[in-house]
Design a protein around this ligand. Structure first.
Ligand code: AMP
Length: 142
């Protein structure tokens, strides 16, 4: 898969990146195809393909770092807001198969559009989906 190991190489400082943050378990660096100025990627240094194999402890660490970085990035870029985006599997836009969070500074008028159109769903379908998910969760507990 294209670029499958590029983020592992960046984490080991074997590939170039504009690194802005690093600790024992994680690293943040600039996206080379930024959606907006300041678009940053936050990764675990250990390799996980995506959220489906990520462990909870690493996930918690990454979210703690994201909470630290988000206001700093917003302030540094003079942004009005910020999106956190995460893609898991090609069906969900994943192109680099090493878990990452996109931190995307947002400014009024930046032209970024939401990826879906918000409109009311069929209540019966919503209920059926909720039942499937609750049942799947019950299955996990057993
Ligand atoms: P995703 O579609 O969520 O898998 O996003 C992967 C992101 O990684 C894209 O926004 C790419 O622009 C970015 N990217 C790919 N290679 C590099 C690289 N070598 N350094 C920085 N960002 C990269």
């Amino acid at each position: 898969m294209m670029g499958d190991r590029i983020f592992c190489r960046i984490a080991r400082r074997e590939a170039p990146a504009e690194v802005v943050y690093e600790d024992e378990k994680s690293m943040a660096f600039m996206d080379i195809n930024p959606a907006t100025p300041g678009h940053t990627l936050l990764i675990p240094k250990a390799h996980f393909r995506n959220i489906f194999d990520l462990d909870e402890e690493t996930a918690a660490h990454l979210m703690r770092v994201a909470v630290k970085l988000a206001p700093v990035i917003r302030e540094a870029m003079g942004a009005d807001g910020l999106n956190i985006l995460n893609a898991n599997e090609p069906a969900a836009f994943q192109s680099v198969f090493h878990f990452h969070l996109h931190l995307i500074p947002r400014t009024f008028g930046d032209g970024i559009r939401p990826p879906w159109i918000s409109r009311p769903g069929d209540p019966a379908q919503i209920k059926a989906a909720a039942e499937r998910i609750r049942k799947a969760l019950e299955g996990r507990k057993a």
